[in-house]
Ligand binder design. Structure first.
Ligand code: ADP
Ligand code: MG
Length: 413
């Protein structure tokens, strides 16, 4: 079924069309009717499957049928998110989909001046997307009134739990009216998340997309065995062979991120880095550049990239394998978003083989190997513009050639 055939307002259909959303993703297909029906929903779907629009579309449609709120501080729909980046990103999705409606959307987060936020709140807000810190500040200062909230949405619930926001989630319940609709979205589910979900939702409709495989079906992922010291050559080769592709590279630490950045710079490959050591503003700037595609390669650590939607990432490269198996899923889920297809490859060194085993255990299956033939491996190294290895490479080649020559001579005789 296409969005055209949905019972949603013309204004929303129009913006979906402009966004290039023709038909719903699996999670959207399953969640939208229940949400429109007024049910509580507990939705689990892999990262990149379009969860944001799965709640934004029906919620905007429902709110549109009411009068927009003009009461100072009043909020009709509250979306709680763990990070500032997510608040911005999700607000953007709401704003895009609501473009032709009169609904008022506000993304609220700390680290910036609160006065402009207060000004917007004074006019009343239909959808507030907020991180807990700033939201509680403004509730205490009586700039936010949650007593009329009709819909509460917890997005990236697993991430919220991991970051220790559980108390905030429970606290916010005290400000909400007893009767409200709750939508609970998460990429993964375990006992803690289930406990939390069932403590805040009533008789939810539970929707889960292919729970057996935590990796979205739109992502083809494989592992290549590469020596630790050779990884940079393989990244260099990818960058030069696919200059038009957007590549998101994951490394273990911020030190590693800068090291890979330098290695790429030496061979004339421009990259960006994103890690916890960077200031918020820098991080937003980097995301902007990468999203726009000015620079095609972003080197990131796990924390900095969780839940973030970057359109059109063609390749995810696990330059280092993640220490936490679950992060594998979050990383490769940065590609193949929505209805697109994506590819991911992990560079696994000998030292990392036990980690790979852990990841495969978590996935419940083996990751397909991307075989690199010996010649190809060598070629990749000599392909590099990083000169120090050239002499050494030459020596190896010469040595092997002479061995081959000797063998041939022996055979002839
Ligand atoms: P999730 O929250 O599940 O990780 P997002 O909501 O961030 O995923 O969506 C991932 C990407 O998919 C976004 O770039 C979004 O624009 C795109 N997308 C979502 N729904 C659709 C759709 N129905 N058709 C095409 N693209 C979509
Ligand atoms: Mg999401």
């Amino acid at each position: 079924m296409k969005f055209e055939q949905y019972r949603i307002s013309e204004e929303i259909k129009r913006s979906l069309e402009e966004l290039g959303f023709k038909k719903p993703t699996d999670i959207q297909y399953k969640a939208i009717p229940s949400i429109l029906n007024g049910d509580d929903v507990l939705a689990i779907a892999q990262t990149g499957t379009g969860k944001t629009a799965a709640f934004a579309i029906p919620v905007l449609h429902m709110l549109q049928r009411q009068r927009t709120t003009k009461i100072p501080g009043q909020v009709k729909c509250l979306v709680m998110v763990p990070t500032r980046e997510l608040a911005i990103q999700i607000a953007e999705v709401f704003i895009q989909i609501a473009r032709y409606t009169k609904l008022k959307i506000l993304g609220l987060f700390g680290g910036v001046d609160q006065d402009p936020q207060i000004k917007k709140l004074e006019k009343g807000v239909d959808v507030l997307i907020a991180t807990p810190g700033r939201m509680f500040d403004l509730i205490n200062q009586q700039h936010i009134d949650l007593s009329r909230v009709e819909i509460l949405i917890l997005d990236e619930a697993d991430h919220m739990l991991a970051l220790g926001f559980i108390k905030d989630i429970r606290d916010v319940m005290k400000f909400l009216p007893r009767k409200h609709q709750t939508l609970f979205f998460s990429a993964t589910i375990d006992k803690d998340i289930k406990d939390l979900a069932y403590s805040i939702v009533t008789n939810p409709i539970r929707i889960q997309i292919s729970p057996q495989d935590p990796v979205s079906k739109n992502v083809t992922h494989s592992v290549a065995y590469v020596k630790m010291d050779d990884k940079r050559f393989f990244l260099e080769r990818m960058a030069k062979e696919f200059p038009e592709s957007k590549i998101l590279v994951f490394v273990r630490t911020k030190v590693r991120a800068e090291r890979v950045f330098n290695a790429m710079q030496r061979v004339g490959v421009e990259t960006l880095t994103m890690h916890g050591g960077k200031e918020q503003d820098d991080r937003l700037q980097v995301m902007k550049e990468f999203k726009k595609g000015d620079v095609k390669i972003l080197i990131a650590t796990d924390v900095s990239a969780r839940g973030i939607d970057i359109p059109n990432v063609d390749y995810v490269v696990n330059y280092d394998l993640p220490d936490v198996p679950e992060n594998y899923v979050h990383r490769v889920g940065r590609t193949g978003r929505g209805v697109q297809k994506g590819k991911a490859v992990s560079f696994c060194s000998d030292e990392e083989k036990p980690v790979l085993k852990e990841i495969e255990k978590f996935l419940g299956k083996e990751i397909q190997e991307m075989k690199i033939e010996k010649d190809e491996y060598r070629e990749t190294i000599s392909f590099s513009e990083d000169t120090p290895n050239d002499n050494w490479q030459l020596l190896i080649d010469q040595h092997e050639n002479s061995l081959r020559e000797q063998k041939r001579k022996k055979k002839k005789r």
